[in-house]
Design a protein around this ligand. Sequence first.
Ligand SMILES: Cc1cc2nc3c(=O)[nH]c(=O)nc-3n(C[C@H](O)[C@H](O)[C@H](O)COP(=O)(O)OP(=O)(O)OC[C@H]3O[C@@H](n4cnc5c(N)ncnc54)[C@H](O)[C@@H]3O)c2cc1C
Length: 348
Amino acid sequence: MLKEAIQFFQDEIRPNAYAIDHDPKAMTTAFHGLKERGLLALKRPDAFGGPALNESEFRRFQEEIARYSGALAFLQTQHQSAVSLLNKQAGDKIKAEYLPKMHGEKTVGLGFSQLRRAGNPICRATVVDGGFQIDGFVPWITGKGYFDEYIIGATMPNGQALFGLIPFKNVKGQTLSKPMKLAAMEAANTVTGQLESYFLPNRKVAFIKDKDWMRANDAFNITLQGHFAIGCALAGIDVVRDNGDKRGLAFLTKAAKDLEQELHDCRQALIDSQKDFGEDTASDRLKKRAWAIDLMMRCAQAAVTSSSGAANTADHPANRVLREAIVFSVSAQTSAIMEATMDRLVGR
Ligand SMILES: Cc1cc2nc3c(=O)[nH]c(=O)nc-3n(C[C@H](O)[C@H](O)[C@H](O)COP(=O)(O)OP(=O)(O)OC[C@H]3O[C@@H](n4cnc5c(N)ncnc54)[C@H](O)[C@@H]3O)c2cc1C
C-alpha cells in the first residue's frame, strides 16, 4: 500500500505540487486521488474497515506525502488525526457512526489549537438542555470545502475540554471566515470560526477530557509531528540533488548526500525517542523536534541556494519548499517547542 502511495505521489502529485499549493481545484483532484486509493484512514482498525497501518509505516507515509506536497500532507493529516482521535477517545456510538465511513465518505477536520492558549479560554462550552452551548473563537480550522465536519475543542467552566463534531460550514450559531491568505498551503482553505450560542447536541459530543489532557496529548506528539519536517527536508534535498545533476556541480551532489546522512540520523533519533516515551524524556524529545525543524529549514535554504535566481520564480519548487517549511515549523507548536527551537537556533 505504501509503495502504491509513493508511486501516486511521484506520478501525480509531484508534477502538480505548485498548483496543489494555491489552487483549490488542483487540491480537490489530489485529495480525491487519496480517497480513491483508500489512503485517508490509514490507522483505522480492521474492526472498522482498516487498513490499520502500523506506526512506522504511517510515519513513512506522512514523510513521503510531505516530500511531494506539503499542502496535501497538511490537509489530509487533519482528517487522519481525526480518525485516530475518534478511535482512541470517542464512545462506541460515535465510533460506529463515523469510523466505518472515514475512508472518504465522511471527512472530518480539527479546530482545537485554541486549547493550547494560556489565559482566558477563547472558546467556551456550557451545559444546556440536551447538550452544550458553544461561544467564542476558533483561530485555525483547515479544510473548508474538503471536510464535512470538524472536531471543535471548547473549555467548560470547570476547566475540562469538550470535543464535539460540528458542521464545517456556516450554520445557525457559527460563522466561518473566508479562506485565509497564506504564504503556503493556501489551497487547503484554512479559516477561522466565530461561534455564538451554537447548540451542540449530546449525540455530537465526541469526548470530554480533563484540563491537562491537551498538554499530555501535545507531549505525546512532540516527535511524531517532526516527521512532516523530515518530509519537507527530503523535498529540499531532492532539489539540491537535481541541481547537482543538472549543473554538473559535484559540491551540490556532495551537499545533498551529507544532508541526507544527517536526515537519516535525525529520523532515527525521532523514532528512538518515541520508544522511551515518558514525562522525564520530554526535554530530550523537544531537542529532537527542534533538530528536525532546524534541519528542514537548512535543507529548504540549500534548495534555494542551489537553484540561484530561478528559486525566486513563483512556481519553482525551492521557494514552495521554503514556504511549506514555515508551516511545519509552527504546526502543533507549544511554548516548550517554541523554546526548544529558539535554543537550537541561537546555538544553546
Ligand atoms: C496554516 C495553518 C493551519 C492550521 N490549521 C489548524 C487546524 O486545522 N486545526 C488546528 O487545531 N490547528 C491548526 N493550526 C494551528 C497550529 O497548530 C498552531 O499554529 C499551534 O497550535 C500554535 O498556536 P498559535 O499559532 O495560535 O499560537 P499561540 O497559541 O498564540 O501560541 C503558541 C504557544 O505559545 C503559548 N503562548 C501564547 N501566548 C502565551 C502567553 N501569553 N503566555 C504563555 N504562553 C503563551 C501557547 O500556549 C502556545 O503553546 C494551523 C496553523 C497554521 C499556521
